[in-house]
Design a protein around this ligand. Structure first.
Ligand code: CO8
Length: 263
């Protein structure tokens, strides 16, 4: 695999890509070069026909402690600078990926780190995970979707409290509120192992159906109910033009395991 400065990449299974944020001295603060590397690695795995799902993780202490405050500090008042240079606009690239991304979160997921996790498809949390949008303490507000994605996930009142007080919320709160799909067992590396297992399960399905499923769920999250239902029906109809649909349904009636060809 390619050597990066701020991330590590590997394939724990031929069908699963693992990206580990690796800027330990700054608790994985998301500086611009880190994000460029992350986007490059994600695009590479999205295009890799062998890979069916991607796991994104950080360290035990921090998934990511936010955007890089030291990098942002000197940008103050320079609207023309940040606007012309599309400051942090590359943060949205992750949401355009076809393949599912699972975030395995241990330790701090704050500010942009919380928003990065919220931009993935599934979040698994270790009991040590600490989420939060502390931007208010820095004199700013979340800028990578935090106010929008949290409001949809956990409602207005909770989001207001978090965004306006800047307090952290625990893995258990995140689970109770539906921010994460589940909190996994204690122990170092447990959450990453569980995410890899889940990624393997997903990668074992027909990839056309997986990607259509992701698109349909995102339609529920991003748009109105009527548009979402229309998108779902269209994608559902499309599935009947695939070999995987014929194979999946034949395998069921013939009482055997399906052999999907992703076509
Ligand atoms: N940026 C830069 N450096 C950081 C960051 C950060 N976000 N977080 C931690 N670091 C650095 C520290 O400065 C320190 O460096 P050094 O050793 O050189 O002093 C090192 O990481 C270790 O950190 P601490 O010594 O502070 O470690 P502690 O265990 O004492 O505390 C905390 C851990 C509580 C996580 C603490 O580091 C902290 O509060 N960090 C900042 C959290 C924060 O405010 N995050 C939000 C940032 S703003 C943001 O994310 C806006 C997103 C907008 C995105 C817009 C996209 C379009």
């Amino acid at each position: 695999p390619k050597q990066y400065e701020y991330i590590l990449t590997s394939k724990p299974d031929p069908s699963v890509a693992l990206i580990t944020l690796n800027r330990p001295k700054a608790l994985n603060a998301l500086c611009s070069p880190l994000f460029d590397e992350l986007n490059e690695a994600l695009a590479g795995y999205d295009a890799d026909p062998e890979v069916g799902a991607i796991v994104l993780t950080g360290s035990e202490k921090a998934f990511a402690a936010g955007a890089d405050i030291k990098e942002m500090r000197d940008k103050q008042c320079a609207f023309s600078d940040v606007y012309k240079n599309k400051f942090l606009e590359n943060w949205t690239a992750i949401t355009n990926l076809r393949k599912p991304i699972i975030a395995a979160v241990s330790g701090y997921a704050l500010g942009g780190g919380c928003e990065l996790a919220l931009s993935t498809d599934i979040i698994l949390a270790s009991p040590t995970a600490k989420f939060g949008q502390p931007e208010i303490n820095l004199g700013v507000i979340p800028g990578a979707g935090g106010t929008q994605r949290l409001a949809r996930a956990i409602g207005k009142s909770r989001t207001m409290e978090l965004v306006l007080t800047g307090r952290n919320f625990s893995a258990r709160e995140a689970e109770a509120w539906g921010v994460v799909s589940r909190v996994v067992g204690e122990g170092e590396g447990e959450v990453v192992k569980e995410a890899i297992e889940m990624a393997k399960v997903i990668a074992g399905k027909g990839q056309l159906a997986v990607q259509a499923g992701k698109e349909a769920v995102n339609a529920a999250y991003e748009g109105s109910l009527i548009e979402g239902l229309r998108t779902e029906r269209r994608l559902f109809h499309m599935m009947f033009a695939t070999s995987d649909q014929k194979e999946g349904m034949s395998a069921f009636t013939e009482k055997r395991k399906a052999n999907f060809t992703h076509s």
